[in-house]
Design a protein. Structure first.
Length: 295
């Protein structure tokens, strides 16, 4: 087997363990008195620590999908309405078609005084604004409104009303989501239907034509104030107009005002208010109003 001048490759045995191929040596080297025990020692010095390290390395636990499962708290059951526009089981119905018992006149707190007929109610402009008897903080609101088919006027004088998401005082004090006939009726963009009056232009004009019902679905987050009256967190609102997103978590700069910049003044829970606008155009109607309080 061992013929001088020829190269035979044989595995080198080291303590009974065959070394990896990198430790193969030639018989030529062997005949040249290569010191095999030295190779064994070198192999031991290099390979043994690595093997020991591998043996001692902690084995990582196998990830489980259960590690990212959260079971508590379990969301409570809310039975939805029969259709998306119908009040869910936990909603406060602010107008269900019969009466305005949930509303009062915003000036003086007497009866609302708007006209209820055929399952809807209609603005009575001489009576003025109306507001809810109850006060709210954060909520989800559904409200339907209709500009009459015989509407006249233009600009801000055509089918103007308003949903005050929080009424902070008399008149038009509060945070107004504009209601207006914006079907082929140009006005300033931050004053058309779906706008936060004079603060935020709607993301789209989703207006239905006069005589048809429009829907607002609103998520309102009330502002929070510090003890000194400064703003701790601003009011926010998300609005869908006929299913189209028109305000996306808009952060209010303050209450909406007709003249000048918006400002905040501290308040707690507030009523929701509907506007009887003073323009001479034909009055709007409302129906199917419900609200879910958000804790
Ligand atoms: Mg208005």
């Amino acid at each position: 087997m061992c013929r001088t001048g020829r190269r035979y490759v044989v595995p080198v045995s080291c303590g009974g363990n065959v070394l990896s191929p990198v430790w193969y040596i030639s018989t030529t080297a062997m005949t040249n008195r290569f010191h095999v025990p030295a190779a064994c020692l070198l192999a031991t010095l290099l390979v043994a620590p690595l093997a020991a390290q591998q043996a001692q390395a902690p084995t990582a636990p196998k990830p489980s999908p259960k590690e990212t499962e959260v079971w508590e708290p379990e969301p409570r059951v809310v039975t939805p309405g029969s259709t998306p526009d119908a009040a869910p089981a936990d909603a406060i119905v602010l107008f269900g078609g019969q009466n305005l018992d949930e509303w009062v006149n915003a000036k003086g707190g007497g009866p609302a005084g708007w006209t209820v007929a055929d399952g809807v109610f209609t603005v009575n402009k001489p009576v003025g604004n109306i507001q809810t008897k109850r006060s709210f903080s954060n909520y989800q609101l559904h409200i339907e409104w209709r500009v009459p088919a015989n509407i006249t006027g233009k600009d801000q004088g055509r089918g103007n009303s308003g949903l005050f998401l929080a009424s902070t005082g008399g008149g038009d004090a509060g945070y107004e989501l504009q209601i207006l006939d914006s079907y082929n009726n140009r006005t300033y963009a931050n004053g058309q239907a779906g706008s936060i009056y004079k603060q935020a232009i709607p993301l789209a004009n989703a207006m239905r034509k006069p005589g048809e019902w429009n829907v607002y679905d609103v998520i309102w987050t009330a502002p929070v104030f510090n003890a000194d009256g400064s703003v701790k967190s601003s009011a926010r609102v998300t609005v869908l107009h006929n299913g189209v997103l028109v305000q996306n978590n808009y952060e209010f700069k303050g209450e909406t005002v007709y003249i000048g910049p918006p400002t905040y003044k501290a308040h707690g829970a507030t009523p929701i208010k509907l506007q009887a606008h003073g323009d001479p155009s034909e009055p709007l109607s409302f129906r199917n109003i419900w609200l879910r309080e958000l804790k």
